[in-house]
Design a protein around this ligand. Structure first.
Ligand code: FE2
Length: 185
């Protein structure tokens, strides 16, 4: 699994225990697809419609390094799309400045890609981080996925949230994924 994560930025496991990843583990949360509401979340904003490319915790000064997802209930065929930035996209992200606005309305300017421990950490979330300089939302939106993960119950997926962007197509209500964040120490 470690080799797969290093090579591709993600790993898919069926019928296995959640992998051991070094770092600080957050609490598992059940993420239930649902109609939009006024909550501070992607579901609150987009409801059951497709989510745009994003990284999780883009607003945070320390976003989680890894996202561990486990499919608890998959009422209909559905998938998650991944985007591993190629050199041209990465170059664009490096010169892009985001205006990040948190839930209290406080704004900061953050780069969309920063060097971190010999690799790049990407931030992207159109909901809370509008690009001011550099790439536009449309330029990133137009990017095709570099991998697609089909969901089935019990499947566990680990994503490198520093390297990959992810999104999902429109879904029906009732899809349940368990999500656990892991922070690098
Ligand atoms: Fe996400």
């Amino acid at each position: 699994m470690k080799d797969e994560l290093a090579a591709c930025g993600f790993a898919v496991m069926d019928g296995e225990a959640v992998p051991e990843i070094a770092g600080r583990w957050g609490n598992p949360q059940a993420i239930v697809s649902r109609e939009r509401d006024d909550s501070w979340s992607l579901s609150g904003t987009y409801g059951l419609e497709a989510f745009p490319w994003h990284t999780d915790g883009a607003i945070s000064s320390r976003p989680p390094r890894w996202i561990v997802l486990r499919a608890l209930s998959i009422p209909q065929t559905t998938h998650t799309e991944l985007l591993d930035p190629d050199p041209s996209l990465l170059a664009g992200l490096r010169r892009t400045v985001l205006r990040a606005v948190d839930s209290t309305g406080r704004a900061r300017h953050l780069p969309a890609a920063v060097p971190e421990e010999g690799r790049w950490r990407v931030r992207w979330d159109p909901r809370v981080c509008a690009p001011q300089i550099g790439l536009s939302l449309d330029e990133v939106d137009a990017r095709a996925p570099t991998a697609i993960i089909e969901w089935r119950e019990g499947r566990v997926v680990v994503l490198d949230n520093a390297r990959l962007l992810h999104r999902r197509p429109a879904v029906l209500a009732g899809r349940v994924l368990e999500r656990t964040y892991v922070w690098s120490e």
